[in-house]
Design a protein around this ligand. Structure first.
Ligand code: PLP
Length: 364
């Protein structure tokens, strides 16, 4: 027994388990973490060669050129952009800055797992608003607000469900959330969404002082390992983030790669095209097995299987066949699997492999 006791909330955290936890990834088809199916822009790789001298120097703590590139691309004010070591870091900084012991941090029932971890890390109370049909319910969110609510986090689209709130719903939520509560719109998968009624949240940040939008380079841009995310907020909130973050939170390679990634529009379009072709192929293939697949606007799907034993067996079977998907037991969904939309050969191999299992499963 140790006499050194962490602050309140830490003991109750179940550590976040990434998709490849404890599994050798050699020769694996990795469909577990919603990463890019074809990797980053070739310009990113080129720019990262021959820059060894950057290792011995601290990175630009103000991420000036990266923020400038983001600002140019989306026509945003530079001093309202903040960069982080992944959007996870920004989420943590925001929760840390605005919620403390006995405050409540509110999110949707199947909202991204890091929200409750960020709340607990900071001694705050995680509160999950019920969902109906695996979609964030704005009325449920609004009715879960209490006098202790300090931060609301909404992933749009949401991971692991793949569902999204349209701009009308998001606008209504933004209008109704009291202006002393921070509303974080986590748009990690925004670049994949092709719906006309979708808005990443930028228009709402411009309208409401208490809203922050977070984005990541880990998904469409294929830079997950470099850890890079950004946020757009009021200048006031950006200044708070700037006070709380580590001075050199974004390394030089991530900054350089982020700029190159943003500038390669062709690569971006290619990824979106591949996803929009392969997502329906994956869904159709799974549905042909008689499985229920939740509608998704992102680069992954949530699939319902017969029961948790079946799900476990399929998960293990796929690992034996060198295919890694994601169990979502931590979301209290033991009979579901989350599967990233891979490239076309990965989709084909997954479906072929699953066919063998679906035909032969005898419940053992
Ligand atoms: C909804 C959502 N938000 C945030 C993140 C964190 O992304 P990162 O920290 O890699 O930017 C993820 C990663 O899976 C996610 O799914």
């Amino acid at each position: 027994m140790s006499y050194i006791i962490p602050k309140s909330g830490i003991d109750s955290i179940n550590p976040y388990k990434g998709g490849s936890h404890n599994i050798s990834e050699e020769n694996m088809i990795n469909l577990a973490s919603n990463e890019s199916s074809i990797g980053p822009s070739p310009n990113v790789i080129k720019s990262l060669n021959n820059i060894n001298e950057l290792i011995s120097r601290y990175p630009d703590g103000s991420t000036f050129l990266l923020r400038k590139a983001i600002s140019n691309k989306y026509n945003l004010e530079m001093d309202r952009i903040s960069c982080g070591a992944g959007s996870d870091e920004l989420i943590d900084i925001l929760v840390r800055s605005f919620a403390g012991p006995s405050d409540e941090v509110l999110f949707s029932q199947y909202g991204f797992l890091m929200y409750s971890i960020a709340a607990r890390c900071n001694g705050a109370i995680p509160v999950a608003a019920p969902e109906y049909d695996f979609k964030t319910d704005i009325h449920s969110i609004l009715s879960s607000i209490s006098s202790r609510t300090k931060v609301i986090l909404i992933a749009n689209p949401n991971n692991p469900t793949g569902s999204y709130l349209n701009i009308t719903e998001l606008e209504l939520l933004s209008r109704e959330v009291p202006n002393n509560i921070l509303l974080v719109i986590d748009s990690a998968y925004a670049e994949y969404v092709e719906k006309d009624d979708y808005d990443s949240g930028i228009s709402l940040v411009k309208k409401y002082e208490n809203i922050v939008m977070t984005r990541t380079f880990s998904k469409l841009y294929g830079l997950a390992s470099l850890r890079l995310g950004w946020s757009y907020s009021s200048k006031y909130i950006a200044e708070i983030i700037n006070k709380v973050r580590q001075p050199f939170n974004v390394n030089s390679y991530a900054q350089l790669a982020g700029i190159e990634a943003l500038n390669d529009l062709e690569h971006e379009r290619l990824i979106v095209k591949i996803n929009s072709e392969n997502l329906p192929k994956l869904i159709n293939g799974l549905e042909l097995f008689g499985l229920k697949v939740l509608p998704s606007v992102a680069n992954f799907v949530l699939v319902k299987l017969r029961d948790s034993d079946y799900t476990n067996s399929l998960y293990k079977y796929l690992i034996n066949k060198n295919i890694l998907v994601r169990q979502v037991t931590a979301y209290n969904l033991p009979e579901y699997l989350r599967i990233t939309v891979g490239n076309i050969s990965e989709v084909d191999i997954l479906l072929k492999t699953m066919e063998g299992f679906v035909k032969n499963y005898n419940g053992k």
